[in-house]
Design a protein around this ligand. Structure first.
Ligand code: 13P
Ligand code: SF4
Length: 350
């Protein structure tokens, strides 16, 4: 368990982490990618951490894989690779570094470990969990299998290794509909996100999609009424929702896609005003690359993703902690489900 006081004390002894405006100026190229959303005073505070992380990454032979929900100083400052869950899983199969630092939540680090059992996978804070991943246990999957005999279980990657091991194939928000469509059976069980499953059911009407009733604390909060009221109040805004939102929210929106799908939609269409119905860092991370887009409207913070900070990434590299372990037997079963997804996605060109 991370002891914040010890971490701060030891980091202070080992590194010069005082705000440093001249170092910030030296790294102005990196700042340029976040200057619309991070003020110069904060960048001068982040710069010593970024420099120390750069140095340790080289010394340790480590790479940082960061999810699209990381804050801009992580996303643009220290990440070697950024992406959605599918892209991060694929990248984890390609990196040849000995150490992977996962700037994201625990299930993402576990997926990297499942795909790389011999590598060291670190997560900067073990407490970076996920309400969705916590919502189903292998017994729940067994219960669904008993209710729908013979139906394949398609499990969202937002689950623990045990649930993946109990499933036939995984999916992410960017490939869920295609994976379900590719299943041979007429009935397909989706776990654990009821809303992703309901959104997929609309896209794949030829299948009888049944689901586990889990949900994400970030996306379940939005309602169609919020979207409609916002549209009335700020006409002309393109509203873009993650498929973990309830179907009524997705229906009321202009587009729905994975975190990378959302980035692509906004980048390709450059709407004058955009509301991203998802986690707050999404808009921050693309704001500088899209100066013509005004990001408006509310967003919700994921308290788990926000547990990952520059300070904890530095500590993680410095102490080689906290290491993610997966039971080898569970890991090899889970790997089958994740690799099936990756192979099928590549075959389908996703
Ligand atoms: P993506 O696969 O779209 O990046 O989603 C991950 C996630 O946790 C969304 O809540
Ligand atoms: Fe889990 Fe939701 Fe946070 Fe994604 S946004 S990590 S699904 S709690």
């Amino acid at each position: 368990m991370l002891d914040i006081a010890t971490m701060r004390h030891d980091l202070k002894d080992a590194f010069d982490l005082d705000p440093n405006p001249s170092l910030a100026e030296e790294m102005s190229d990196r700042y340029a990618a976040m200057s619309r959303v991070v003020n110069p005073v904060d960048w001068a505070m982040h710069a010593p951490y970024v420099a120390a992380i750069d140095k340790l990454k080289k010394e340790r032979g480590a790479v940082i894989l960061a999810h699209n929900y990381m804050t801009p100083e992580i996303y643009h400052g220290v990440a070697d690779f950024v992406g959605d869950s599918l892209q991060l899983a694929i990248k984890a199969t390609e990196v040849d570094a000995d150490i992977i630092v996962q700037a994201g939540v625990h299930f993402m680090a576990e997926t990297s470990k499942i795909l790389n059992p011999s590598k060291t996978v670190l997560i900067p804070d073990m407490a970076a969990g996920c309400s969705l991943a916590d919502s189903v246990k292998p017994e729940g999957i067994a219960q669904m299998r008993a209710q729908y005999p013979g139906a394949p279980v398609v499990t969202y990657v937002n689950t623990t290794a045990e649930e993946k091991a109990a499933s036939d194939i995984c999916c992410t928000s960017s490939n869920a509909a295609a994976i379900v469509r590719a299943m041979e059976s007429d009935t397909v069980i989706m776990t654990p996100d009821q809303y992703l499953a309901q959104n997929v059911a609309q896209l794949v009407p030829e299948k009888n999609v049944v689901w586990w009733e889990g949900s994400c604390i970030v996306h379940e909060q939005y309602t169609a009424q919020d979207i409609n009221e916002f549209r009335e109040w700020n006409p002309g805004t393109k509203i873009i929702a993650h498929p973990e939102c309830p179907p009524s929210v997705v229906e009321a929106s202009d587009f729905s896609g994975s975190t990378s799908g959302i980035i692509k939609y906004v980048t390709d269409n450059k709407p004058e005003k955009a509301m991203l119905v998802t986690e707050c860092s999404m808009a921050s991370n693309i704001a500088d690359a899209l100066p013509e887009v005004d990001f408006v409207g509310p967003c919700n913070m994921c308290p788990y993703m926000k547990k990952i900070t520059l300070e904890k990434i530095l500590w993680s590299l410095y102490t080689k902690s906290e290491e993610v372990h997966v039971d080898p037997e569970v890991g090899s079963k889970a790997r089958v489900a994740v690799e099936r997804m990756i192979d099928l996605s590549k075959k389908l060109g996703i």
